[in-house]
Design a protein around this ligand. Structure first.
Ligand code: AMP
Ligand code: ZN
Length: 501
């Protein structure tokens, strides 16, 4: 594989050259959603980031097995094994079967991911479909002396593990710091050590989701599902494991401990973590009240939203920030990127009609090289887009007759844009509406508004100010502001401030 792909590995804290264990095959596991409610836009950002990584690896020629699980059992309300199972609780509150909750929110998740034009993973295993594997793994961890049974539950012995392994490796923390930040065990606690976590939890009589096990009826802990399913589908050691950065200190740290306790060696070569989507600097989450849903975004029906946004331009907005940086949501930023996206798509639309010349005035290879260099530098999508926008300038200049490209360069430019805009970034020419139907999209909307602006200019030229004002005022009612300058008239989406209620 001829490339120089560098990945930022959370484990080493630096960028490393990507060398898969068994090229051209690549195994990638990403922690999927807990399906007890609708995914919010923050969750989507993480899954979109890994979709781009999946697509780019395939573009480079790798045969990727991408496993993204569905957590449909075992995720308790608190990270430290306290509270109710999220899905059981929702089922109890809604008076539904847990599997009705799981079905509803898994379907919703898939629908949303489709609107963002992400590819389905190669395998999407569920925790409830792999109870046997989780029990087997827990049994092995007990046999190897890293877990103990108390009253029908099984706990991982972190202190014992730490004597032989570095439990704090992924999060770069020392045992003293971790202990200082963990609450004391109260007299009632079954755990021996404060950092211990559950592999199997005894089900109380009222708990709906329960399975038989060697330790009595219960259900698996959250972390063991990912260790069991990644091992089953990708082997004891695989190439890439991903998820949101919030999973580093507990979920992923515990996954590593479980795998090492079970097999004796680290499970993953490269740990990749996506950063958070924030709103006014606060991490988007349901509990913070700023977790608007993709559906609300596509309809513009949340108080934080000025208008409806198209899923693909939202995706483009996300690509303008590197996956390891936080991305702050604002209407202004999103509207600015809508314009950028229109420019890109317009230029792609021109590619087929450009006329080739005998010679070329510019070096197309530079744009191609810059795009790959950016993507090979830990999937730097904003820089890759900047390279494509250099290409947009060239396309527009060739279209205006100010630059020349020969037939070979024109072909290269076309295939480069098609590969990156559609295959790697998964953008689409026709934007889709909230109900998922393909609509004529922004391109056509722009064309129609331009036509109205021309009619308005003609009305003005005839001194028919009633007609010209009517066009301006009616457009404004639709949220489209006409901007008159000496160079002519243009339009923009009318800006409003974010409301904070
Ligand atoms: P959950 O359904 O809570 O298990 O989360 C699913 C995925 O979304 C995990 O990889 C989280 O790290 C990720 N996630 C949660 N909140 C955000 C956020 N505000 N921005 C980006 N990713 C997030
Ligand atoms: Zn996981």
């Amino acid at each position: 594989m001829d490339h120089n792909l560098q990945l930022f590995n959370t484990l080493s804290g630096k960028k490393e050259a990507f060398k898969p264990i068994n090229p051209p095959y690549v195994g990638m596991y990403v922690c999927g959603p807990t399906v007890y409610n609708d995914v919010h836009l923050g969750n989507c950002r993480t899954f979109i980031s890994f979709d781009i990584i999946f697509r780019y690896l395939m573009h480079l020629g790798y045969k990727v097995r991408y496993v993204r699980n569905i957590t449909d059992a075992g995720h308790l309300e608190g990270d430290a094994d306290e509270g109710e199972d999220k899905i059981s609780k929702k089922a109890r509150l809604d008076k539904l079967e847990p599997m009705e909750i799981v079905q509803k929110y898994s379907l919703g998740f898939h629908e949303v991911m489709q609107k963002f034009n992400t590819l389905p993973p190669s395998i999407e295993p569920t925790a409830t479909g792999h109870i046997c594997e989780q029990i087997e793994m827990t049994k092995k961890i007990i046999e190897r002396g890293f877990a103990y049974v108390v009253n029908g539950s099984v706990y991982f012995d972190v202190e014992k593990y730490w004597k032989e392994n570095n439990y704090g490796e992924l999060s770069n923390r020392k045992m003293e710091d971790l202990l200082a930040n963990t609450r004391d065990l109260d007299g009632q606690d079954e755990k021996k050590g404060r950092l211990d976590f559950a592999l199997w939890i005894k089900a109380k009589p009222s708990h709906i989701m329960r399975w038989p096990s060697p330790w009595g009826e219960g259900f698996p802990g959250w972390h063991i599902e990912c260790s069991a399913m990644s091992t089953k589908y990708l082997g004891e050691t695989f190439d890439i494991h991903g998820g949101g950065m919030d999973l580093i200190p507990t979920h992923h740290t515990n996954e590593i401990a479980q795998n090492i306790a079970c097999s004796g060696h680290p499970p993953v070569r490269y740990w990749l973590h996506a950063n958070m989507l924030t709103v006014n600097g606060v991490r988007m989450s349901k509990s913070a009240g700023n977790g608007f849903l993709p559906g609300e975004l596509f309809e513009g029906s949340h108080p934080l939203l000025e208008k409806a946004y198209d899923p693909i331009s939202v995706k483009f907005f996300m690509l303008q920030t590197h996956y390891r940086s936080t991305l702050d949501f604002s209407n202004e930023a999103l509207q600015a990127s809508e314009k950028g996206f229109q420019r890109l798509i317009k230029a792609v639309g021109l590619l087929d009609s450009l006329k080739a010349s005998g010679t070329s005035d510019v070096d197309i290879q530079k744009i191609i090289g810059d795009t790959y260099a950016a993507m090979n530098d830990d999937f730097n999508t904003p820089l890759a887009l900047a390279a494509l926008f250099d290409g947009v300038k060239i396309i527009n200049s060739v279209n205006d007759g100010k630059l020349k490209l020969n037939a070979g360069d024109l072909e290269k430019l076309k295939s480069h844009f098609n590969h990156f805009v559609f295959d790697v970034f998964g953008l689409k020419k026709n934007l889709s509406s909230a109900d998922g139907e393909t609509q004529p999209g922004l391109l056509v909307a722009d064309g129609l508004i331009q036509l109205l602006l021309e009619l308005r200019n003609e009305a003005k030229a005839k001194k028919d100010y009633a007609a010209s004002d009517k066009i301006r005022d009616e457009l404004l009612k639709m949220g489209i502001k006409v901007v008159d300058t000496k160079a002519g008239s243009s339009w923009e989406i009318e800006k409003k401030d974010l409301t904070h209620d």
